[in-house]
Design a protein. Sequence first.
Length: 309
Amino acid sequence: MSLFSFMGALEMGFIFALVALGVLFSFRILDFPDLTADGSFPLGGATAAVLIVAGWNPWLACLAAAAAGAAAGLLTAWLYVRLGIMQLLASILTMIALYSVNLRIMGAPNLSLLGEPSVFSPFLTDDNAMWARPLALGLVVLAVKLGLDGFFASQTGLALRATGANPRMARAQGVPTGRLTLGGMALSNALIALGGALYVQVQGGADVSMGVGTIVIGLAAVIIGETLLPARLIWVVTLATALGALAYRLFIALALEADFIGLQAQDLNLVTATLVAVALVLPKIKARLWPRRAAPASSPATRATQAKG
């Protein structure tokens, strides 16, 4: 793999680390099967792109994109909590609706950001163009990871983790599970939309279809991270998720550049599906090979809730 391809994989890995952390929040912590990510990712990108073209500061555009993503997650949770629509169906309804919303926001299927400022513009020079963006994205992911670690260790974070692990018991202890689900889903999709906002600034444009497969990528990163670094401590869980996203993008880059395999750019979805399948099977293979080292059987949400720190 060339250095250019490696740095590009790091860029995408850090961006999708934000997506993976959002997916971790909904799927693992809240135990909420959420497909809103396929809509909130392009929603964040569309919002940021339109605002940057309109002259907004790119950082403020990213914050607005995160707020838009939070609104999308809040809508999904509201459909479930207030209207009683099942979780998966509620997220599908929101995802479908967001396709039209994103078209409305951009006013066209795509929007170019070539020549527009980005959050990376103040740091880019001719000498550091290759590594400045990955470094900046890595710092953003680190800040988000540390913020989540602190949140999960707080009283509200512990209550939210209890909500995902055992909502009936949490309600019996006086935990407002409905409000926490609304807030948790908002935060989850805010992170995913933030990833979308950074993605369009790296790619130089937004496209209404760029969210296709986002949830698959996020889940793959979470599963790969759990396989590479199984843990109960919550700060290790978030670290494993970020590392899983980086590993996923590096695997993709390696597969597409392996000439002897014969894969090309149009095979990206095939490679993605194969990697996800392998990631799903690896824990079972690992449990068979090293049964004594395998974690005791429990749901992912329970393992995350039992984590300390």
